[in-house]
Every structure is written in C-alpha cells, then in structure tokens.
Design a protein around this ligand. Structure first.
Ligand code: GAR
Length: 209
C-alpha cells in the first residue's frame, strides 16, 4: 500500500477522515505520519491515539520560511510518502517546496474552485447569493488554490444559512470527498501532467441486455 503523509495546522478532522479510510485494508494507502506547523494543533493528539507518528515542526522556531520548509522536508523524507495531503494546513508553501512534491501534493479547499480561493469561503459564497457551494481536492501548484482539480463535491445553500451552518454541513462532504479523491490519485485514475489533471477514462460498461 502506498504511503501518505498529512500536513495539518489545527483540528485535523479531514486528517481523521483519511486515517479512517486507511483503516480499511482494501484502501490503497496507509498513513505514514502527520506533521503540523503548529505545536498546539489538536490533530497531533488525534493521530497519536491511532499510533501514527505525529510531529510538530513549529514555524515560530525557524528564522524564515525556507528554514521551516527545510525542516518540514527532513521530516517528510523520513516518512518517504508517495503522496502528501494538506488537510487544513494554513501556511503558504514556497514554489521550491511545491516543485519538490509536484504531482503528489494535494489539498482540500472549502469552495468550488476556481470560485472563492483564499479565506472566508462560506461567508463569500453566502454573500454572493450562491445556491450551491462545495469543496475541491486539487493538486497543489505554486499558485495558491489554483491547481488542477481532482474531485469536487457540492452542497445546497439554504435560506438562513450562516458561515457556521455551512461549515458544519460542508465539512461532512469534505470528509467523504477527501478519501475518495486520494484514492483516485493512489490508483493513478487521476494524475497531473503539464499542469493539468488527466483523468483515466472509466472502463466501458457491459451492456447486459
Ligand atoms: C477544512 O474545512 C479545510 O477545507 C479548510 O480548513 C478546514 C480544516 O479543518 N482548508 C482551507 O481553508 C485551506 N485553505 P480540519 O483541520 O478539521 O480538517
């Protein structure tokens, strides 16, 4: 089974969804380790409860982004991941870092990209009068929230929705989407080539009539 490293900054509920998926022996991946840029991320303890190696590489302990990323890369190299999953990792990664893991670095973002890159996505979707909203798993490139799309899930926005009600509803969709999208990448059903996502055609369905 292929090895997955997960980068988090906080709660880590998407990380938990990936851990749960990998507990199924039929799933094509296993979690090699979890890294947080914040030592107080609650997700670190969650991972440790599953006996998954979980380390904090505290960004405030390094002089600059390059030094922090060098430490991050050392920690990741030890885990030898096939795929690195960003799961609520809230620090921008440099072009150098992204290039190093190109095609095997993926992220979940709480909007239907290319709509609403960046922060406060639920509030912006509500204010725009959107009737649907959603989440996207994409390959990470050096342009924030712009990488080739692997998979998306949509939810309806309803009258009375607030950023909080939307966040809660969408998070459940995220937890289903991320393991599905990761599986597509692990199986080679979606891969990145020349900055685009290439989707393998599904096998033809046999006509049984
Ligand atoms: C998730 O909603 C994720 O989509 C979002 O942060 C939350 C993390 O929750 N990610 C971003 O906004 C990335 N720019 P979690 O720590 O419980 O998975």
């Amino acid at each position: 089974r292929k090895k997955i490293a997960v980068l988090i900054s906080g709660r880590g509920s998407n990380m938990s969804a990936l851990i749960a998926a990998c507990m199924d022996p039929g799933y094509p991946g296993q979690i090699a380790g979890v890294v947080s840029n914040r030592p107080d991320a609650p997700g670190l303890d969650t991972a440790r409860r599953y006996d998954i190696p979980a380390v904090a590489i505290d960004q405030t302990a390094y002089a600059d982004r390059a030094a922090h990323e060098a430490a991050l890369i050392r920690a990741l190299d030890e885990m030898a991941p096939d795929v690195v999953c960003l799961a609520g990792y809230m620090r921008l990664l440099s072009a150098d870092f992204v290039r190093r893991f190109e095609g095997r670095l993926i992220n979940i973002h709480p909007s239907l990209l290319p709509l609403f890159p960046g922060l406060d996505t639920h509030k912006r979707a509500i204010n725009a009068g959107m009737r649907i909203h959603g989440c996207t798993v994409h390959f990470v490139t050096d342009r924030m929230d712009e990488g080739p799309i692997i998979a998306q899930a949509a939810i309806a926005l309803v009258p009375g929705d607030t950023p909080e009600t939307v966040a809660e509803r969408l998070l459940r969709a995220e937890h289903r989407l991320y393991p599905h999208a990761l599986r597509l990448v692990l199986d080679g059903a979606v891969r990145m080539s020349n900055g685009r996502a290439i989707v393998k055609p599904a096998p033809p369905v046999e006509d049984e009539t």
